[in-house]
Design a binder for this molecule. Structure first.
Ligand code: HEC
Ligand code: HEC
Ligand code: HEC
Ligand code: HEC
Ligand code: HEC
Length: 229
């Protein structure tokens, strides 16, 4: 629990496990405990931590814009934040292909045949997809238009961190993003101002490539055909 911020623990204590996608076996205590009492409970729980709790390591939860309602409440805060499962354990294609890839139901089941199998309805859904042999219909968030080519491989191998482009995913209970062109930004350009390019636009790719190319041994492409085959 050390990487989890107080607000996560308070939410679970006040509103029950389901508030963070966890099991309903942890009931809501909002009817019995006030905010001050919950804060004292958390302070006490922290004293039991081994290794000891370091407040600076528990970063606040991030609520990104445009987070869709996914078919299963899958939390990166729990998997990547709290349990430190490596990004590429699940997004296995990132270092060798154009796509990062999403984990198969089989991969989820590798852990969830046992973990949370009996008491968490969100995990029951994973078992149901598995029993029906159906993929989980995750809603896509980061998406380039079809006429562009973005290879994960080149970026992962050049050690650009996932978070540089996707934000602090391990602190998001639901992933979302503020990306793509935006009218306000276009209007600022029309009147001659030059705001930073919006994330995942062509200007954003090029700005970083130009910056990278000032470093020795870097060769991030600027020619059209590299990104538009
Ligand atoms: C390497 C092991 C591992 C893998 C792989 C894994 N999980 Fe988990 N998952 C965990 C652990 C550990 C927990 C925390 C259980 C707890 O504290 O009750 C968890 C919790 C959950 C929960 C409840 C908390 C939350 O996130 O809302 C859901 C739902 C869940 N997993 C779904 C999935 C899905 C879907 C996949 C595949 C895409 C998956 N898991 C893959 C280990 C794993
Ligand atoms: C236990 C498996 C697991 C781990 C570990 C994991 N992810 Fe994910 N990731 C998923 C699943 C399942 C989805 C689809 C559901 C969603 O969007 O939350 C996803 C979605 C994403 C997306 C959005 C994809 C889209 O549709 O555009 C990004 C970006 C991402 N993960 C990055 C990361 C990063 C960065 C890390 C490490 C800090 C990480 N993930 C760790 C399973 C995992
Ligand atoms: C240089 C920026 C950048 C970096 C670094 C990066 N991504 Fe992405 N990611 C993108 C873009 C752009 C898209 C949309 C690509 C598309 O639609 O073709 C994307 C899409 C995704 C998707 C959904 C589609 C897919 O490829 O499966 C996942 C999941 C994902 N990224 C995970 C990761 C993980 C995990 C890492 C780190 C190992 C990472 N990304 C590193 C920019 C980046
Ligand atoms: C580093 C990658 C990269 C390079 C190099 C690049 N582009 Fe792009 N381009 C993109 C991406 C990503 C998009 C889609 C996002 C957007 O519309 O901003 C795009 C979009 C476009 C569009 C559509 C704009 C719109 O409004 O829909 C045109 C036209 C275009 N590029 C032409 C070019 C030309 C001409 C060059 C060479 C001078 C070039 N691009 C070089 C990445 C690149
Ligand atoms: C945060 C910095 C950063 C961003 C943002 C970024 N790139 Fe890159 N890109 C790099 C680096 C670093 C390399 C590798 C340079 C090298 O290997 O010397 C690279 C390489 C590439 C390559 C060359 C692949 C190869 O096989 O040689 C392509 C194509 C590319 N990027 C497309 C894109 C597109 C499209 C976008 C925007 C959607 C984008 N990049 C955004 C840093 C970035």
């Amino acid at each position: 629990m050390n990487p989890l911020p107080d607000e996560f623990l308070a939410n679970v204590i006040l509103n029950g496990g389901t508030a963070e996608g966890l099991a309903p076996t942890m009931p809501a205590f909002a009817a019995y405990l006030g905010d001050g009492q919950v804060r004292r409970v958390i302070r006490y729980i922290r004293t039991l931590a081994d290794p000891p709790f370091v407040a600076a390591a528990a970063k606040p939860i991030v609520t990104p814009p445009n987070a869709p309602r996914q078919p299963i409440f899958f939390s990166h805060v729990v998997h990547a934040g709290s349990f430190h499962i490596a990004c590429q354990y699940c997004h296995t294609e990132a270092r060798r292909s154009e796509y990062a890839g999403l984990p198969s139901v089989e991969r989820c089941m590798g852990c969830h045949k046992i973990i949370g199998a009996t008491d968490n309805p969100e995990i029951r859904k994973v078992h149901d997809y598995w029993a029906r042999q159906e993929p989980i219909p995750w809603i896509r968030i980061f998406k380039m238009p079809e006429f562009t080519y973005f290879p994960h491989k080149a970026h992962v191998r050049a050690r650009v961190e996932c978070q540089t482009c996707h934000g602090p995913i391990e602190r998001m209970r639901v992933v979302g993003a503020d990306v793509g062109p935006q009218l306000a930004s276009d209007i600022l350009h029309l009147v001659g101002l030059r705001p930073d390019p919006r994330p995942l636009t062509m200007g954003w790719c090029l700005d970083c490539h130009r910056r990278e190319n000032t470093k020795p041994d870097r060769n991030a492409p600027l020619d059209c055909v590299a990104c538009h085959h």
